[in-house]
Design a protein around this ligand. Structure first.
Ligand code: COA
Ligand code: AMP
Length: 629
């Protein structure tokens, strides 16, 4: 067997040959002769002359090869007490028909379709139907509010919105129709139609431009896959950046398909017939890559779970699902394991289930803290594998490659750099840092297939946001270091992005909402440590001169505003009134210093600080001591 170091060397010696060979895992309508187009560097295009259809690769080809009766999707929803098993043949039928329905509404190759749906199979059907048509989907996570949805509608300009009538959170139904209606009202761009999947828990009363999912199917005819160029976009996925305006990460068809096939096999060690469960949400990149595309492109069975790790019904929920579907690989955010450990630290629910089928637990989305790693390793008795990546990369940058060459696992590190990525640690001047020294994690261009080629409609923002700090390199926004064995240690974000329960959020957009409060003179929102969610946002607020307000009233007003403007997922619950914020003598808020303290890093207080006493006063509040809210 060829090991990790050998494969890495092969890639280093000839990346073009490496990615040419990897492309053979995909069925092309016209196989690419050219592997990499560098003519528009720093914007790169993989497989520029290749032609394919992603949906064909995910569905049709498996049916042709005799996997039609294999389960493609297990849907399991403790929140609605329902379950479904959908075969590849059934999924292909549903997708072809829904693609026909979308086509009848005018959706064509290149048109955008916004999908606002919870964790139900129809969400995957809608995504794959877009892929079949060569249309570009943009899935928006259900926990975002109308204003966020409106921003995405204006940026992507979808012809059609596909939604469900509601999502379900424990103890509450989230009506989607009022959110979508308000978003369309707020947006400048107006989609021509809205397709609504009625859920019995709360059906919507349909308006003039709304069509019921089944009514659309009733008159639809099946649609064949539409050939697309490898560089045609498959989807746009909006993610939080430093500013309030979300970034529309573009994923192309060809490079993405190759990366999904390569990573599912080599990183996750999964293959045809395996049962795989990524317990995330289709609204995040994990959902795109590893609930829908990678497992289906590889002919595996994917589990779609609509529920939480605890309380639905108890902290044994995950182990029940693993036993019931004989899951071979589980992917989840560490926060879910922390939630389970809190409820069942002895792991007694594990004893109620036979989870022998589970080969590996993969954790990502936020830093894997050593105690969570140790608890999971001890109680599950299988490899617990950290993997580090982001919406922009679309697939792991650093991991222990279980399918290629399982390596020793070290607590605190996602292990080694995945072949295809050339990762360096830089100081602020762009000097390479020696092992053990922390710095900015950057990736040498070109990044491999499947990584973002650009931001939707905004090449310049792509260059300014990611490629300008260190020309020739992509800036990840994460800080970390290599150890002596070239294992990467990722320590946390170096910008205004935070990870709350594995959900990526912008403190900048929360600050915009908090600052809009008429009582607030200025504010800074910082991520602070939380036992379950890893990080939670905490707002430090300076009141306008003369304002006197009950801190609880202020807190409630601000929390409600953030919930209304950004959505419940923003989870801002803590507001602290402070007399002043730490600033430089020229008046700039020392956010980076505050972040460093909050992350537990050793921080050098800048010599330009105006009043060190202000920083000292808020230090305990940054370090995670409960805010006096
Ligand atoms: N639609 C509407 N609201 C949603 C939502 C959705 N899809 N997802 C979350 N919310 C709401 C929650 O109901 C909650 O509302 P509340 O403040 O009224 O209670 C709020 O957003 C915050 O949600 P969350 O941060 O998820 O907290 P939680 O207490 O509901 O659950 C965990 C905590 C740890 C159980 C949960 O976050 C979890 O399972 N995380 C797994 C991580 C994950 O999927 N990461 C994706 C990347 S890998
Ligand atoms: P997202 O784009 O939502 O996937 O979030 C990406 C960000 O989550 C990264 O930039 C990191 O800050 C964080 N992240 C993801 N995986 C890990 C990991 N394994 N270790 C540390 N941080 C992680």
């Amino acid at each position: 067997m060829v090991g990790y170091y050998e494969v890495r060397k092969q890639w280093e010696a000839n990346p073009i040959e490496f990615w040419q060979a990897a492309a053979n895992r995909i069925d092309w309508i016209r196989a690419p002769k050219e592997v990499l187009d560098e003519s528009r560097a720093p914007i790169y295009h993989w497989y520029p002359d290749g032609v394919l259809n992603t949906c064909t690769n995910a569905l049709d080809r498996h049916v042709v090869l005799g996997r039609g009766d294999q389960i493609a999707i297990y849907y399991d929803s403790p929140l609605t007490e329902s379950k479904r098993a959908i075969t590849y043949q059934e999924l292909l039928d549903q997708v072809s028909l829904f693609a026909g329905g979308l086509a009848s509404l005018g959706v064509h190759k290149g048109a955008r379709v916004l999908i606002y749906m919870p964790m139900i199979p129809e969400a995957a059907v809608a995504m794959l139907a877009c892929a079949r048509l060569g249309a570009v989907h943009s899935v928006v996570f259900g926990g975002f509010a109308a204003a966020e949805l409106a921003a995405r509608i204006d940026d992507a300009e979808p012809a059609v919105i596909v939604m469900a009538s509601c999502g379900i959170e424990p103890g509450r139904i989230v009506e989607y129709q009022p959110i979508v209606e308000e978003a369309i009202h707020l947006a400048r761009h107006k989609p021509t139609s809205v397709v609504v999947l009625q859920r019995p828990q709360s059906p919507a009363v349909l308006g003039e431009h709304e069509i019921e999912w089944h009514d659309l199917l009733a008159t639809a005819t099946r649609h064949d896959p539409v050939p697309v160029h490898a560089n045609d976009p498959l989807y746009i996925l909006y993610t939080s950046g430093t500013t309030g305006k979300p970034k529309g990460v573009v994923r192309d068809n060809g490079g993405h398909a190759v990366a999904m096939a390569w990573s599912f096999t080599n990183v996750y060690g999964m293959g045809p017939g395996d049962v795989w469960w990524a317990a995330s949400d289709i609204g995040w990149v994990v959902g795109h890559s590893y609930i829908v595309y990678a497992p289906l492109i590889c002919g595996a069975t994917t589990v779609m779970y609509e529920g939480k790790p605890v309380g639905t019904p108890d902290a044994g929920a995950f182990w029940r699902v693993i036993e019931e579907y004989q899951v071979n690989g589980l992917f989840v955010a560490p926060t879910a394991i922390r939630a389970i450990r809190k409820e069942d630290s002895a792991g007694s629910h594990l004893l109620e289930h036979d989870i022998k089928s589970l080969r590996t637990l993969f954790l990502a989305g936020e830093r894997l803290d050593p105690s969570t790693f140790e608890w999971a390793s001890e109680h599950l008795g299988i490899p617990v594998v950290d993997n580090w990546w982001q919406t922009e990369s679309g697939w792991p940058i650093a991991s222990n490659l279980r399918g290629l060459d399982p390596m020793p696992i070290k607590s605190g590190s996602p292990s080694v750099i995945v072949p295809g990525y050339d990762v360096q640690i830089f100081d602020v001047q762009g000097n390479v840092q020696p092992p053990g020294t922390e710095g900015e994690i950057v990736i040498k261009l070109p990044m491999p297939p499947g990584t973002l080629p650009t931001l939707w409609g905004d090449d310049q923002r792509f260059i300014d946001s990611y490629l300008s700090a260190f020309p020739g390199y992509y800036t990840t926004g994460d800080g970390g270091y290599f150890d002596d064995e070239q294992y990467l240690h990722v320590m946390g974000r170096t910008d205004d992005v935070i990870n709350v329960a594995g959900h990526r959020l912008s403190t900048g957009s929360m600050e915009a909402v908090v600052s809009a409060n008429p009582m607030v003179a200025e504010c800074a929102v910082i991520g602070v440590h939380d036992e379950i969610k890893g990080q939670i946002p905490r707002a430090f607020v300076v009141l306008k001169v003369g304002v006197e307000v009950d801190p609880m009233v202020l807190r409630n007003t601000i929390v409600a505003a953030v919930r209304d403007e950004i959505g419940p997922v923003a989870a801002l619950k803590e507001v602290v009134i402070v007399p002043a914020l730490p600033k430089t003598r020229s008046g700039k808020i020392l956010r980076a210093t505050m972040r460093g303290i909050a992350d537990g890093r050793e921080v050098v207080v800048p010599s330009t600080i105006e009043d060190v006493g202000v920083l000292e006063a808020i230090t305990p509040l940054l370090q995670g001591d409960s805010a006096s809210d």
